[in-house]
Design a protein around this ligand. Structure first.
Ligand SMILES: Nc1ncnc2c1ncn2[C@@H]1O[C@H](COP(=O)(O)OP(=O)(O)OP(=O)(O)O)[C@@H](O)[C@H]1O
Ligand SMILES: [Mg+2]
Length: 452
């Protein structure tokens, strides 16, 4: 995979030795630069691109070790191999302590030399890649969308176009594809960026409370309403309101939402004063919304009001080229977070990541990498550090029950195990089981009561 010819600098005060080495290396298609002293070597390093230095240890003037230290100051990613005469292993060890990559003993064995050189070059390449990645990632602001696939670029172009307007955006896409992140990005790129970005997950709120969460309530609106409470529309005034899982709304709440979107007006629950909403609404759903409309669960008129600008986030399996990029992004993030410097992935691990279908999309990938960074012992993430289901294709756990087991028991086990399988991702678990995420929230609340 070497795209450019690698450059090796040979440093030795022995002319015959240099000539021999140059012949061996040129035959292997390396570009060779040579120097007969440490000083000359440093001059080359300042002016030329060198990937690996192969240096003798004992030289008049600047020793190999001095050169090693000085060279590393010029290029910290430079790899240095030292040549050492038989019987002077101590000096070689000292050189390794100073950061030499490896040593080869004289008289040189061609095979040994070339193998050490190849390894040093591989390490160098990896380090350069990582450095570039770090630099690129440092330039990526928190909250930006990583991805250079065709699908992602198209999406980001659209985002750039629509972000500045106040038009309602409807984000669709499978669970974990990045809808919530994209909603935030839309807000950041809008002229409302200095005002608030308010989120409401409609599936996480009990149906009967959703309306008062959205619009707030007046004191005395219902039992327990001891004081006026602001709703999300109040909080988001001047900013953006992100309505996540917007399809999980009762018909009554849908009507009220439709009205705000149409007239920009609303009342708090139990209130008579009409309030004006200055809010940009971003909605999201991981359901097939057209189907929800067809089957009468979601109002068609509301759908059209929300769907002024439809944006659909493609599943991760349809943008395979983003997998590696995202994996590396998460690797850097979590290795910084855990103060655990890593060099990247083994080729086998990258392969396993690329083969997986990612039913939980970017969230699943993020979790997998976080876990791997915590588990890994070496400097690179390998296949054994990845979740089991990536290592061996799929290994879904099976459940079995006696005939006549109460459905409540079956249901609870199924939900709990599926949640475990999905790493706690309720949306994903719900979509696997063909129920709504709200059902899971509701069941969990019931179990909490049963258990208490
Ligand atoms: N392109 C991306 N670049 C970097 N991080 C991403 C990207 N897409 C998603 N993520 C991260 O992956 C995780 C899942 O994304 P997000 O929560 O936005 O998904 P979602 O589509 O809203 O899922 P759900 O439908 O379950 O709400 C988040 O931590 C998010 O920051
Ligand atoms: Mg989300």
């Amino acid at each position: 995979m070497e795209m450019v010819q690698s450059t090796v600098m040979v440093v030795d005060d022995d002319d015959a030795n240099r000539v021999t080495l140059e012949r061996i290396l040129t035959r292997e298609r390396y570009r060779v630069v040579h120097a007969s002293s440490g000083r000359e070597a440093m001059q080359h390093l300042r002016n030329d691109r060198v990937d690996v230095v192969l240096t003798d240890l004992k030289m008049p003037g600047m020793s190999g070790i001095d050169l090693l230290k000085a060279a590393r100051m010029v290029d910290p990613d430079l790899e240095v191999l030292v040549m050492t005469a038989y019987g002077t292993v101590e000096t070689a060890v000292e050189a390794m302590k100073e950061g030499a990559y490896d040593f080869v003993s004289k008289p040189l064995s061609r095979v040994e030399l070339l193998s050490a050189l190849r390894k040093a070059l591989q390490k160098r390449e990896l380090q350069l890649e990582n450095r570039q990645l770090r630099e690129r990632l440092a330039a990526v602001g928190e909250g930006e969308m990583i991805g250079r696939s065709e699908a992602m670029r198209t999406l980001l172009d659209e985002v750039e176009q629509v972000a500045p307007s106040d038009a309602t955006v409807f984000l669709t896409g499978e669970s974990g594809t990045g809808k919530s992140r994209l909603a935030r990005l839309l807000h950041r790129m809008s002229r409302r960026r200095d005002a608030r970005f308010v989120t409401l997950n409609c599936a996480a709120i009990p149906e009967n409370l959703l309306e008062s969460e959205l619009f707030g309530y007046e004191k005395g609106a219902f039992t327990g309403a001891v004081a006026r409470k602001a709703g999300r529309f109040d909080l988001a005034h001047g900013g953006s309101l992100f309505l996540d899982e917007v399809t999980e709304m009762t018909p009554g709440t849908q009507v009220r939402l439709l009205r705000v979107l149409q007239d920009g007006e609303y009342e708090r629950v139990g209130g008579t004063e009409t309030l004006r909403a200055d809010v940009r609404v971003i909605a999201a759903s991981n359901r097939d919304v057209e189907l929800e409309v067809q089957q009468g669960r979601f109002r068609e008129d509301l759908y059209y009001r929300l769907n002024v600008i439809p944006l659909s986030v493609p599943p991760l399996r349809e943008r395979a080229s983003d997998v590696t990029l995202l994996a590396q992004h998460f690797m850097v993030r979590f290795s910084n977070k855990n103060a655990k410097p890593l060099d990247g992935f083994t080729p086998e691990a990258l392969d396993a990541l690329a083969r997986h279908r990612w039913p939980g999309n970017v969230r699943e990938l993020e979790n997998a990498i976080e876990r791997a960074v915590v588990l890994v012992r070496g400097s690179r993430i390998g296949v054994p550090d990845l979740p089991r289901n990536l290592q061996e294709g799929t290994d879904r756990k099976r459940l079995s029950f006696d005939v006549g087991t109460p459905l409540k028991v079956v249901e609870r086990r199924m939900i709990e195990e599926t949640l475990r399988y999905c790493d706690g991702d309720k949306n994903l678990a719900a979509s696997l089981m063909g129920i709504t995420a709200r059902t899971i929230y509701r069941r969990e609340a019931e179990w909490g009561q049963d258990d208490a």
